[in-house]
Every structure is written in structure tokens, then in C-alpha cells.
Design a protein around this ligand. Sequence first.
Ligand SMILES: Nc1ncnc2c1ncn2[C@@H]1O[C@H](COP(=O)(O)OP(=O)(O)O)[C@@H](O)[C@H]1O
Ligand SMILES: [Mg+2]
Length: 332
Amino acid sequence: MIIKSIKLTNFRNHSHYSLECQDETSLILGKNGCGKTSVLEAIYILTRGKSFRATDPEIIKRGTDFYRIELSYSNGETIAATYDGKVKTFITLDKKSKRLPSKNKYPIILFLPSDLNLISHAPGRRRDYFDLIFSQLDETYSTSLTKYKKALRQRNEILKSDRLIKESLFSWNIILARLGTYITSTREQYITKINSLLENTYHSIANNTDTIQIIYHSEVKNLTEQTYLNQLEQNYQKDSYLGHTTFGIHRDDYLFEFNTNPADGSASRGETRSIILALKFIEAKLIEEILHQKPLILLDDVFSELDDSRRRCLVENFKNHQVILTSVEDIE
Ligand SMILES: Nc1ncnc2c1ncn2[C@@H]1O[C@H](COP(=O)(O)OP(=O)(O)O)[C@@H](O)[C@H]1O
Ligand SMILES: [Mg+2]
């Protein structure tokens, strides 16, 4: 699917903005703060359902009380979203809905400058990063994760309350154990798949013989649902003192290993960039393999962060995709 145009009204700093997109590469050029990332954000909302960086109230142009965004595809289809300060509505030709309909979801490879620091980020950022990849590949993973997060919030609420009764945790423990065992095994499978492609992809960018792999680090790995449940039960006292759940997939991490050492600290800036680039290429490959769709590539200001040879790799790898990229104007 090819995006033909995007229109924004009262979205971030844009009162009215429209962009006609090219079938191959579209470049959004402008000074810092002129609203380039916001255009990618609007495309992301209309293809994935929500922003990658904010909630809707933060997005409405300050001083106004609604936003509207609209995407047109080359096959004539359109999708719009409106937000009136309370309710977000997705509008297609035949219906209105509060969520982006699955048939309008479209795979995206989003490349933000902050992704280049993925290896040294806090574990939570890495979890979110991989959760987004896996959720895009796997609807069941996506819904299980949403349910897990909701159950975790409820369990933590109970743990924080003054009149805590142990039994009231039981139903949440069961849900967390069931979803947690599914989520950990799915994470492990996808990381194994990514690892099977990582070294070759990395070598195609860096042209050397470095070894690289991602280690999925989880204290719940390979547990049965029953053992997972027992552990939650056993942690009752500790959890009630601390007021949160200390065991589960919400504490997982992904560690990058470079030439058998932790990449954080041993890989150079350039090597780190090549690893992330490899990861993006693999994301696109998995989307094509598993979803049989070509992702749209959104590159936010990353060209300035890459040297010539890595830029060439990026262009070469995504030459058969629709790419929309932003860059800071070269005049200051
Ligand atoms: N809700 C909002 N209303 C009005 N302006 C906003 C809102 N949110 C962000 N902005 C402003 O919009 C501008 C564009 O942000 P952004 O898209 O990140 O710019 P760029 O990517 O071009 O640097 C920023 O100057 C920011 O302060
Ligand atoms: Mg920006």
C-alpha cells in the first residue's frame, strides 16, 4: 500500500498542513521545531492506532479544541482520525470507530534518533522497543501484553491499598501467570529468529567478522504456568511491603553481546549504529516474511546521525519500499 497524501489540522504546531507523498522517497525538510516529527507522528497514528511519543491531549494544537488528520492511499482509500479533547474517532468510508480497525493497520518501520542509543538505554526502553516489534508481527502478542499490563496495574493497586487481603490477589496471579508464560516464550522465539539473521545482516553493513547476538534475559524464562503462579504467591509478603509486583515479564531485559562482551561499553559508536541499522533491516524482513506486507519506512532525522557508508546501506536496503524521511535544513 502506498500513501498518496497526508493532511493535518490543529495537530501539534500545524494549523493546516498537507503533504503529497512520492511512491518511493519523500523528504520533509525544515528547521528544528517546524513540525517534521509531528508529520510522521500523524502517519503513525493513522497506521498503528496511537502516537509513538504522546497522548492525544498533548497533541491538539495549543489554543484549539480538536485535531483532525487524514491519510489517502494510492488505491483511493482514505482514513481519518479526529480527537475533540475527549474522544478519538477513526473514520473510514464505511464506518466510525474508537480504535483503528485491524484492516487499516499497516506495518511501519520507525527509525528515531533515540533508537541509536537502544543498547545503552534503561531496560524499560528496550522492553518497549521489542514489544512494539513483536506486537506489530503478532496480534495475539499485542493483546496479551495489553491484558498483562492491565492485570499488573490492578494487582499493584491492591498491593498498595491499606486493607490488603491476600486472597484478593489470587485471580490476578492466575491471569499474570497465564499471560506471562505466553509472553516470555513468544519473546524468546522472536529473539531466536532475530539472532538467526543478526550476524549476517550486521556483516553486510559493517563488512567484518565481529560476532553479535541479543540475549533475552528473563527470570521467568522456561517456567511452567504453575511455577510462575507459585512464585507470585510466594512473593506475597515482599510485594506487599514494596507495594508492587517484583516478579514477572515486566522485568525482562534484552542484552546486546558484541564479540562475547556486553555491547554497551565495548562496541564503538559506529559499531552500535551498524547494530541498530541491522535490527531495522531485520524488522522489515520479518514483517515481509510473517505478514506478507511491505512496511512503510519512516526515518526521523537519522541521516544526520549516520556516516556516508551507513546512509548508503539504509538507502540500498529500503530502495523497494516507500520511505518518508525528515531532515534538518542545512541553513542556520
Ligand atoms: N500541542 C501542541 N501545540 C502547539 N505546538 C506544539 C504542540 N506540541 C508540540 N508543539 C511544538 O511543535 C513544534 C514541532 O515539533 P516537532 O514535530 O517535534 O518538530 P521537528 O521535528 O521539526 O523538530 C515544536 O516546536 C513543539 O514545541
Ligand atoms: Mg523532530
